[in-house]
Design a protein around this ligand. Structure first.
Ligand code: G3P
Ligand code: MG
Length: 255
């Protein structure tokens, strides 16, 4: 695989599978990651959380109830108990028995096959283990030889600065905190990020112009329909995060 930096330079527009192909399979499960791979999307986004006994797992919420048959906080749940939960039935009976993957299982599947966007959830200031999590993830990225094919994204720009401190070559994407009115170039400069993203509702032509003028690749989340895709392409986005990568790639190639 070519480096992500080279790919972004050469590719005017690409789709990023959000939490895997999460419109087609339960988000952040191996099934969703496999569907993302078969969709042909060049990049897969996933979220990372931690269990009570410090296993990093692919999971979005801090609570279990929305996407598993469990209850309570993931950080208060042991890895053994988490692995017993069904992370597929809430989406469809066809996915009954899907488990919450560990980040290692996910990277074993994805490394070397697709660009991976690892979203780091915001720092909890009372919880210094978040710093250990970032250390572990950076180590894993090196163990899987993914330094040139991964991007770390976050709404918490301190975590991105920490990634850069650990290895300045690792690409980072600053996600705009809703309500933050600073333009992309200011946000990116504040943490040394390589790219920038915001929600589809937030992107303005001023922000797009600002990012382009500073040579910053920029993207939006979450684009699932043709009208939204057309509006974003008109604003010159380099990437869209989507729950339906196959559909969005068909729309963009058939324009
Ligand atoms: O990549 C952007 C997107 O994943 C951020 O929001 O809540 O879906 O993780 P969220
Ligand atoms: Mg995410």
């Amino acid at each position: 695989m070519k480096s992500l930096a080279e790919f972004v330079r050469e590719t005017p527009f690409f789709a990023i599978a959000h939490r895997g192909s999460s419109g087609d399979a339960p988000e952040n499960t191996m099934a969703a990651l496999r569907r993302a791979l078969s969709s042909g999307a060049p990049m897969v986004e996933l979220d990372v959380q931690r269990t009570a006994d410090n296993t990093l797992v692919v999971f979005h919420d801090d609570v279990l109830g929305r996407t598993t048959n469990g209850r309570g906080y993931i950080r208060q749940t042991s890895t053994d108990d988490l692995m017993k939960l069904d992370a597929g039935s809430w989406f469809s009976e066809a996915f009954a028995g899907e488990r919450v993957p560990t980040i290692v299982q996910a990277l074993e599947l994805l490394a070397g096959r697709v660009y991976v966007n690892i979203e780091l959830k915001p720092f909890d200031d009372s919880d210094t283990s978040t710093i250990d999590d970032v250390h572990k993830l950076v180590e894993l990225v090196h163990r899987f030889n993914m330094a040139h094919t991964v991007a770390f994204s976050s709404f918490d720009h301190r975590t991105l600065a920490l990634v850069k401190h650990l290895d300045w070559r690792l690409p980072t994407v600053a996600l705009q905190v809703p309500g933050d009115e600073r333009p992309p170039a200011t946000v990116v400069a504040s943490c040394g990020a390589n790219a920038w993203g915001c929600s589809v509702e937030e992107l303005t032509s001023d922000w797009a112009t600002n990012a382009r003028a500073h040579g910053i690749p920029y993207g939006v989340y979450t684009v699932n329909t043709k009208p939204d895709l057309d509006a974003m392409l008109a604003l010159g986005v380099h990437a869209v995060v989507t729950n339906y990568p196959e559909r969005i790639m068909n729309f963009s190639t058939n324009r």
